[in-house]
Design a protein around this ligand. Structure first.
Ligand code: SF4
Ligand code: MG
Length: 333
């Protein structure tokens, strides 16, 4: 079957306010040549340190930020060609981390949930809103006429989920959607999201810095570093063995990681390089203990591993033709 979403070579560089590099305006290379696919009904988790381009990718997908380059194909239609932005925004909804900032403080919960469908001219927006509130665990008789400040963070996030669902989306992009919640509330909301996905046949892109949360909810995981994809793999495969040196460090830093699965990688040294002037070749080469000359000059390409073609990595340590690690690199086969 055709993927629900295909992203090809997406790029977004933000001009730096007031900053000039020589004669040209300096730009932050927030997203630089990102490509991936999301199948119908799956959850793709996106992980990486803050500033790696996860959130910018999300905003590009719903047209909150305009891309410089690349293609977004949703349900077979290319954005800006056969797919107008307003249709993309109907099909793709987003839930953000800050449950409070995204709700209008002067609107009741019912009005917030019904707002989008009213704009679209739906017949019974209030009826639908009440149904959605009920479905996310907010009794409409108790909550309909309350205001956002009267709710807990978990309840507000349920409002945001109800509001997104009321629009009948195909794809929901969740950017750190449970990150601000207590662990127990986080678990409840994750379970709710899993139930809703099955019930409504939804597809998710789930962005988080928390690997355990991403593991729990995702079918596949995509790892970003400095605006680029470095690894993408089924969750079981990447959990067993991380192929990219950056992913290995990221996973090693997790205290709760099962030692059998942890690649004993030393923690990352130093801060990520400046995204205004990222390193040449492989952007990770300034922090990678496996880096060789070719890493400094040539950008590696995305390729499937020999043992599992669905497990893809962007690294010169792996032979592009065979998918096997190159000899003598200390990377397990
Ligand atoms: Fe390290 Fe080279 Fe692989 Fe980049 S391409 S992660 S520098 S080994
Ligand atoms: Mg972010």
């Amino acid at each position: 079957a055709q993927p629900l979403l295909i992203v090809k070579d997406l790029q977004k560089h933000f001009p730096v306010r007031g900053g000039l590099f020589g004669r040209t305006q300096a730009k932050v290379q927030a997203v630089d040549g990102v490509s991936f696919e999301v199948k119908k009904g799956e959850t793709l988790g996106i992980v990486g340190e803050s500033g790696c381009g996860k959130s910018t990718t999300a905003k590009l997908l719903i047209g909150l930020t305009e891309k410089d380059r690349g293609e977004i194909i949703f349900d077979g239609l290319s954005l800006g060609q056969r797919l107008p932005l307003k249709d993309l925004r109907k099909g793709v909804q987003m839930v953000f981390q800050d449950s409070y900032a995204t709700l209008n403080p002067r609107l009741t919960i019912l009005d917030s949930v019904a707002f989008g469908t009213k704009v679209q001219g739906l017949k019974d927006p209030n009826g639908l809103a009440r149904k959605m509130m009920d479905r996310v665990g907010l009794n409409p008789n108790r909550f309909a006429h309350r205001y956002p400040h009267e709710l807990s963070g978990g309840q507000r996030q349920r409002v945001n989920i109800a509001r997104a669902l009321a629009m009948s989306p195909r794809l929901v992009v969740l950017d750190e959607a449970v990150s601000a919640l207590d662990k127990s509330v986080e678990a409840q909301v994750l379970n709710l999201l899993n139930d809703l996905r099955a019930e409504f046949g939804l597809t998710y892109i789930f962005i988080s810095h928390d690997l355990n949360v991403v593991r729990y909810i995702s079918d596949r995981i995509l790892v970003m570093y400095l605006g680029e994809v470095v690894e993408v793999a089924p969750v079981d495969s990447i959990w067993k063995s991380q192929a990219h040196p950056y992913t290995r460090s990221l996973f090693s830093a997790m205290p709760s990681m099962d030692p059998d699965n942890r690649t004993q990688e030393p923690p990352l040294a130093g801060d990520p390089p400046n995204p205004i002037n990222p390193p040449s070749g492989c952007r990770f080469h300034t922090r990678c203990r496996f880096a060789s000359d070719v890493c400094k000059s040539d950008a590696p390409r995305l390729d499937g591993l020999a043992q599992n073609a669905a497990h893809m990595v962007v690294c010169h340590l792996y032979d592009a033709a065979s998918g096997h690690p190159r000899a003598g690199q200390g990377i397990p086969a």
